[in-house]
Design a protein around this ligand. Structure first.
Ligand SMILES: [Cu+2]
Length: 486
């Protein structure tokens, strides 16, 4: 019997109540293509691929660590196999869709040409069940990325995998490199993501332009200093596809340095991350280098990535990804010597020592865009509430939205004001923002806290039709998405 998962279930037990009365007269689906005079630029000629891969999204049982879940994933694995290339390489990936439904692949964070961006209805037709589709693109910037479908809530199944673009000039001053993907998990063990989305849709309300006066959606599942950060209580939280009772183990020698690339592939969970008895030096976020900062804990929102360097002690240490505002956590172990395994619910004190928000970092000199005043400023509001479930941008939902338009060569400033009581990780496709409030910090996914205004600039140097949305996938699907077009 499906377990009730949503927060309104937990709080009110009234999921779905009153849904029909709250539906507006015009509720286009989130996949309706916007009317637009701007087309997708033709695929550039890219030359011979340096890296080729075949990707098979399909249905498969996966072992999450003693828990077998039947799910959708890439090549029978969760996460999918790491894809790796050098900056500037031409990457060619043939997708064979073995799913019973259509899909797509979005290369999250990569400033690739528009036709390869993987957004059905915007940059391509969806890949039909049984069909093949080939993505060919150049990845210009080194860093930690990932890929996932841009089709419904498929990312909340097992369809995600890390993507690392290496820097040929990287000094590589570390002994180990570990790639860790964080996730929240229900598929095959609780409600399916599509059922959760259907329940949200059934009670969908409307977003209003401007201030949300209905505060009934505030509160939340737990207490986080960030406010309300998640809607869904998941049965499990995973690191590299494993539950905390059967964690992945990373082995090294005491005193060695590890570069840890962390990717939050969760649909609805912001993680607070720490390593027992260790400090972490943050070196990159969303692929781009930052002025190094040492911290004992950090927040990682959906779609964000962070690279840290850690000098390892002697023993067995928990790397914990606490599901912020929820009950539960992901766990991996670092083993450099003797010691017993920590309990699945281990709570290192580092978790509570001033977690770093990645949006407060400063960029490395090499990551800065040339300084420039904006040619165009656009105000963007984030709207919505939990009850009735509705999320949007600029007072409307995707499909009824007006695309943001600019021109090639412009410096565009987006001023995002969050009018809701929930934090939203906002993601731009095809570009990496420069955050003027932080010396030009580069981010493609930035957490906008309740009632906060975040300013993000971009250089319009990659024409096309680009998705711009909340990376809480349920928010995006319900309508918290628009496009940037030029
Ligand atoms: Cu959101």
């Amino acid at each position: 019997m499906p377990h009730p998962l949503t927060r309104r279930d937990l709080l009110t037990g009234s999921l779905g109540l009153g849904a029909a009365a709250l539906l507006g007269g015009c509720t286009p689906t989130a996949t309706a293509p916007p009317t637009s005079a701007i087309g997708v630029p033709p695929t550039p000629s890219l030359g011979r691929p340096a890296v080729t891969a075949v990707l098979r999204p399909g249905e498969s049982p996966v072992d999450l660590g003693g828990i077998i879940a039947r799910t959708w994933c890439y090549d029978g694995r969760v996460p999918g196999t790491l894809l790796r290339a050098k900056a500037g390489d031409v990457v060619q990936v043939r997708v064979h869709n073995a799913l019973p439904v259509e899909t797509s692949v979005h290369w999250h964070g990569i400033a690739l040409h528009n036709a390869a961006d993987g957004v059905p209805g915007l940059t391509q037709d969806a890949i039909a069940a049984g069909a093949d589709y080939t993505y060919t693109f150049t990845a210009p910037d080194p860093g930690t990325y990932f890929f996932h479908p841009h089709s419904g809530v498929q990312i909340d199944r097992g369809l995600y995998a890390p993507l690392v673009i290496d820097d040929p000039a990287e000094p590589g001053a570390y002994d180990h490199e570990w790639v860790l993907v964080l996730d929240d998990w229900t598929d095959g063990v609780g409600s399916s993501p599509d059922d959760i989305l259907a329940a949200f849709r059934a009670e969908r309300g409307t977003v209003s332009d401007g201030m949300n006066h209905d505060m009934s959606g505030m509160g939340g599942m737990g207490d986080s200093p960030l406010g309300d950060v998640g809607d869904i209580a998941y049965p499990h939280y995973l690191i590299n596809g494993r539950v905390p009772a059967a964690p992945s183990t990373l082995t090294a020698k005491p005193g060695q340095r590890a570069r840890i690339r962390l990717i939050n592939a969760a649909a609805d969970t912001l993680f607070r991350l720490a390593i027992g008895e260790h400090a972490m030096t943050v070196t990159h976020t969303d692929g781009f280098p930052v002025q190094p900062v040492e911290t004992r804990a950090l927040y990682l929102a959906q779609g964000e990535r962070v690279d840290v360097l850690v000098t390892l002690g002697d023993g067995v240490f928990p790397l914990v990804a606490h599901a912020e505002g929820k009950d539960g956590q992901g766990l991996a172990l670092i083993r450099t010597g003797a010691g017993s395994r920590p309990a699945a619910d281990v709570h290192p004190s580092e978790l509570d020592s001033g977690p770093l928000l990645l949006a407060t970092l400063m960029p490395a000199e090499s990551a800065r865009l040339p300084g420039r005043e904006p040619d165009q400023v656009e105000q963007v509001t984030l709207n919505g509430q939990m009850r009735p479930y509705a999320w949007g941008m600029n007072g409307t939902t995707f499909g009824s939205d007006t695309p943001i338009r600019t021109s090639a060569g412009r410096r565009l400033r987006l001023q995002m004001t969050n009018m809701t009581m929930m934090a939203h990780p906002m993601h731009i496709h095809g570009h990496t923002w420069s955050m003027p409030g932080n010396g030009g910090l580069r981010k493609d996914t930035v957490l906008v806290l309740p009632m906060q205004t975040v300013t993000a600039d971009l250089q319009a140097d990659n024409p096309g039709r680009w998705a711009y949305h909340c990376h809480n996938i349920y928010h995006a699907e319900i309508g918290m998405m628009t496009t940037l077009q030029y």
